[in-house]
Design a protein around this ligand. Structure first.
Ligand code: SAM
Length: 286
């Protein structure tokens, strides 16, 4: 899908009216706008939003998997791993400050255990920050002698009063990751049954976070558009940015289906976890 299912009439708060936004939306309908591009270029052009919620690439993780190639002791040992986030080559210090500066009330940034300290430092001097845990009890089993990674982390931060933080009834969210395979319901798959995105997040988790409120939500690393779909279903407006057009297309299709089928809060999925849900994907040799 390309371009612009324009809203008519335009929402008075839609971002295309903002004088500094110089790029054409990839998709725009019913208060939801997608920009196809690099968020490092687009963030400086955006107006302030109420809340930023994003699940960025996790680059450069170290200390991950040590893997015996082929299994035999005489085989070459493969040290370390290439992480799911590496190919995008985005560093936290390239987007965190601009994103925090755009957040009128606060936000949520996902991260792995490797980046908890760095990310908190980069969020900087905010009113408050709380560390949340996403417990994914159905994460893939460990493929070698390392712990099975069942948690990811989310920094929540408050920049000014205006959100209902107590709506977060816990700091530990026990929500399964969307599963792949033949029984998958929520996981978006292609015609061959392959997951279209390596790190699609469960919409149930995004609902829990967006419970704090905020009328206009921004997700600079939108992926398949889970944040935007949740925002739309919750009656909010949202802006998503995504560098890969294939994911913009998927997100636009998801959002269009919401129009067709109305509010559809997904059920917990059945079936096997998707191997790509591991923080570490492709092994590389040392
Ligand atoms: C961890 S995924 C987000 C997945 C999303 N939460 C979902 O449920 O589908 C991060 C996304 O950021 C995108 N991305 C990477 N670098 C980017 C950049 N510089 N600007 C915008 N998007 C980027 C990737 O293509 C990827 O889809």
């Amino acid at each position: 899908m390309s371009n612009n299912t324009s809203t008519s009439p335009k929402s008075e708060l839609s971002v295309e009216n903002h004088t500094e936004v110089r790029i054409t939306p990839y998709y725009q309908h019913a208060g939801i706008t997608i920009y196809h591009g690099d968020c490092r270029d687009i963030l400086p052009m955006l107006p302030k939003v109420d809340l930023v919620l994003t699940d960025p690439p996790y680059p450069g993780l170290s200390g991950g998997i040590e893997h015996m190639n082929g299994g035999g002791v005489s085989e070459r040992v493969i040290h370390g791993s290439k992480t799911v986030g590496d190919p995008w080559k985005v560093r936290f210090d390239e987007w965190v400050k601009p994103a925090v500066d755009l957040s009128t009330f606060g936000g949520f940034f996902f991260c792995s255990y490797h980046s908890v300290a760095e990310l908190r430092t980069l969020i900087g001097d905010v009113e408050s920050a709380w560390l949340l845990v996403w417990y994914k009890r159905n994460s893939p089993v460990a493929i070698c002698n390392v712990p099975r990674f069942t948690s990811e982390f989310i920094w929540s931060y408050k920049t000014s009063p205006g959100l209902k933080w107590r709506a977060l009834e816990t700091t530990v969210f026990d929500i399964p990751t969307p599963q792949g395979g033949c029984m998958a319901v929520e996981r978006i798959q292609d015609n061959a049954g392959k997951s279209v995105h390596p790190t699609q997040k469960p919409i149930a988790l995004i609902y829990k976070l967006l419970a704090v409120g905020g009328e206009l939500i921004l997700d600079p690393f939108m992926g398949t558009g889970t944040t935007l779909v949740a925002a739309k279903q919750m009656g909010r407006r949202a802006i998503g940015i995504e560098i890969e057009e294939r994911y913009c297309e998927i997100a636009a299709k998801r959002l269009s289906q919401e129009v067709l089928f109305g509010v559809d809060i997904p059920q917990i999925t059945k079936g096997e976890p998707d191997a790509s849900d591991s923080l570490f994907s492709t092994l590389e040799s040392a």
